[in-house]
Unconditional design. Sequence first.
Length: 162
Amino acid sequence: MELWHRHLGVYGICVEQGKLLVIRKHSGPYTNRFDLPGGSVEGGEPLADALRRELREETGLDIRPDRQLGTADFVIPYKLDKRGTSHIHHIAIFYLAERVPGGLEMEEFIPNNDSLGTEWADPGMLNEKSCSPLVMQALAWLADEADWPVEAVRLDGWKVLE
């Protein structure tokens, strides 16, 4: 029997000098993979504020949301013992964002418990085995090769790395 946890998050697509800002996930279904910085919206928090807060927490960078690009959702088989669930319905709201000059540099930032570190990655080096589906969707959008999916992408065959 499938028991569900719904996760709603905001994620920033930041590109500088042709490289994509990514974090290396510390926990969850994307552990040890590159992921877009971002995360949960707190109660009463506007989406753009959540994006700024999450990117600051995960990367140390101050960002400015440029525009909302769209949403995508992913169904991932992943057991969350603390919730007693077997699957995550991950709903992701994507924003194009840019770094605000004058903030911390990544080298000065100590990652939080969600991130093992942050880097500017060459898109040509990112692939399905090393990245979350959010990164792959962002890369497809940046390459203008894919429309946003209308229906949830079910990732039952996707292997969770531990």
